[in-house]
Design a protein. Structure first.
Length: 226
């Protein structure tokens, strides 16, 4: 409980700062050199905020004070950037593999029909899509956390990887609730209040989820001292 009280504000503040920088990036008119330079600065700022937020939570989970955790996270920024590059490469690879599978879906169906005797292959296509999604996000985000923590090997350890995938599935379920609203809810102040409370609750639950997953990684890394 103490860890949540300490780290949840860190994630929320980091998310707000990164979101503000991203909003600024979206509103930069990339029509001249100064605008392009500003876009680059904002992009670097978003990555830096993300790295410091992740590193700070990892160090806080090891019992470090906020200032000590932030100093440690700054030193881990190069590792975080390297992890983001690997994550992007994994994203590209899985997207390419999924595109190839989709391109040859008809051939796959023909193989199943010839050798298995069935044309019901929807489960195979869905399974491949889910596998690519889990590799892209599950393994990808586990690598980001593990590399930032200084222990790349724990990305494929059963507990950290399982926690990451489990958290993603819970997050997916939470996302389904973003657009849900009770039938008959009037389009007035009641709807605004309901949406505000619902989104606030979803953000809080998601933040607790992130802190919990990073805590799993933190318990398996070398000492993180500022």
């Amino acid at each position: 409980m103490r860890q949540l009280l300490i780290s949840v504000p860190t994630v929320i503040i980091g998310g707000l700062l990164a979101g503000a920088a991203y909003w600024g990036l979206l509103n930069v008119p990339e029509s001249n050199v100064p605008a392009l330079l500003l876009s680059g600065v904002l992009g670097v700022l978003i990555v830096a905020i993300g790295g410091i937020s992740v590193g700070t939570v990892l160090a806080q989970a090891r019992g470090n004070s906020l200032l000590s955790a932030m100093r440690w996270s700054v030193r881990r920024l190069p590792a975080f950037v390297a992890a983001i590059v690997i994550f992007a490469a994994l994203w590209w690879i899985t997207a390419a593999l999924e595109a190839q599978w989709t391109q040859h879906a008809g051939e796959v169906d023909a193989i199943f029909l010839r050798y298995v005797g069935t044309a019901r292959t929807a489960w195979a296509h869905t399974g491949v899509s889910w596998l690519m999604w889990l590799l892209r996000w599950g393994l990808g985000l586990a690598l980001v956390a593990a590399i930032t923590a200084g222990a790349p090997g724990i990305a494929v350890a059963s507990v950290p990887l399982g926690a990451t995938i489990g958290g993603l599935l819970v997050g997916w379920l939470l996302w389904l609730g973003v657009y849900w609203r009770p039938r008959g809810l009037p389009h007035d102040t009641a709807e605004l209040l309901f949406v505000s409370v619902k989104l606030g609750a979803l953000v809080l639950i998601g933040t607790v989820l992130v802190v919990g997953i990073l805590g799993v990684f933190a318990r398996r890394i070398p000492s993180a001292r500022g």
